[in-house]
Ligand binder design. Structure first.
Ligand code: ADP
Ligand code: MG
Length: 319
């Protein structure tokens, strides 16, 4: 079983940033209003995510570490309508197979918190004011072959920082903090989208971007598309979210690039922060465990809609 989990872990746990992604998504799914991330040594030594979400009751703590144990979908039908970030129930099991993992949680109705260590799976009383703290230490301590593929601390941290940014951009309503080796890197209060984007992508991005807000009744696209003046001079920023999930999708990227084709003349990449919303039944997020690709039921309609929405806003007077 441990071996199966270690093999499965290869798909889910590529590096510290993939652990962070799963822990952040769990915190978001738990309805948290505040999430604090503390990393040590690029996340290889330790990743700690503390949230103020719904918590996990004592009886569910060991289950949370089991493969295919998810509290989020109960039927195949649910799979068509996933509204949560997670749904496979394999992330924590995979993580626990390749790192020293503990969960401390205070669920509603419990008189005190409980802590479980993945190595013995025996819940013990613990002290915690609210929510859940997941600690993942010494990534790949038991799989040295994998450890060799980890990059420098700075590189692994950069990947973690990028993962944190994606969630922070998608959920400006959640207070979020990131620290590395004891130093605070981001301290983000809950705000609306534009303010969060300014904090993470720069004021310059906001000043050189066109707002987008298009609605077809079935598809809705909102966000910001930077004008060429920004895109030429600044660091890459290509953020596309589908129903709150960061994606890097060929179809969507193509639609945006095509909208920019006339004004960017192929110099560099366009910069954008876009949120596409549609009925979850119209998009399959079950394509890959890392869940960065999606498949649309009506790909043509999505492509046209995105292309036209971005084109229109870039062509508006003043652009
Ligand atoms: P999934 O997210 O796909 O359900 P995970 O392995 O990531 O699977 O998590 C397993 C289960 O553990 C979740 O379904 C959820 O019930 C519980 N869980 C994990 N993290 C948290 C958290 N931060 N707060 C509340 N519950 C959590
Ligand atoms: Mg999950």
């Amino acid at each position: 079983d441990l071996l199966i989990n270690q093999i499965a872990a290869g798909e889910v746990v590529e590096r510290p940033a993939s652990v962070l992604k799963e822990l952040l998504e769990n915190a978001v799914d738990a309805g948290s209003r505040s999430i604090e991330v503390a990393l040590e040594q690029g996340g290889v030594r330790r990743i700690r995510v503390a949230d103020d979400g719904c918590g996990i009751v004592r009886e569910q703590l060991a289950l949370a570490l089991d493969r295919h144990a998810t509290s989020k979908i109960t039927s195949l039908d649910d799979l068509e309508h996933v509204a949560t970030m997670g749904f496979r129930g394999e992330a924590l099991a995979a993580i626990a197979a390749v790192a020293r993992t503990t969960i401390t949680s205070l669920a509603e109705g419990e008189r005190h918190a409980w802590r479980i260590d993945a190595s013995d799976r025996q819940p013990a009383p613990a002290a915690l004011n609210h929510g859940t703290v997941v600690e993942v230490a010494d990534l790949y301590y038991n799989t040295p072959a994998r450890r060799k593929f980890l990059k420098t601390e700075a590189t692994e941290f950069a990947h973690c920082d990028e993962m944190f940014r994606r969630v922070a951009l998608a959920r400006p309503d959640i207070a979020m903090q990131l620290s590395h080796n004891g130093r605070v890197i981001h301290r983000l209060p809950p705000v609306e989208h534009t303010k969060r984007a300014a904090a993470l992508l720069s004021d310059d991005f906001i000043h050189h971007a066109r707002p987008i807000d298009a609605d077809s009744g079935i598809l809705r696209l909102s966000g910001l598309a930077a004008l060429p003046a920004y895109s030429r001079a600044n660091r890459d920023a290509q953020y596309f979210f589908v129903n709150g999930r960061f994606v890097r999708d060929k179809l969507l990227t193509h639609a945006v690039r095509q909208a920019y084709a006339d004004i960017l003349h192929g110099q560099r990449h366009p910069a954008y922060l876009l949120f596409l919303e549609l009925d979850p039944a119209g998009v399959d997020v079950n394509v890959h465990p890392a869940k960065i690709e999606v498949r649309f039921r009506d790909a043509r309609a999505v492509h046209q809609f995105v292309f036209h929405a971005v084109s229109r806003s870039l062509a508006a007077p003043g652009a």
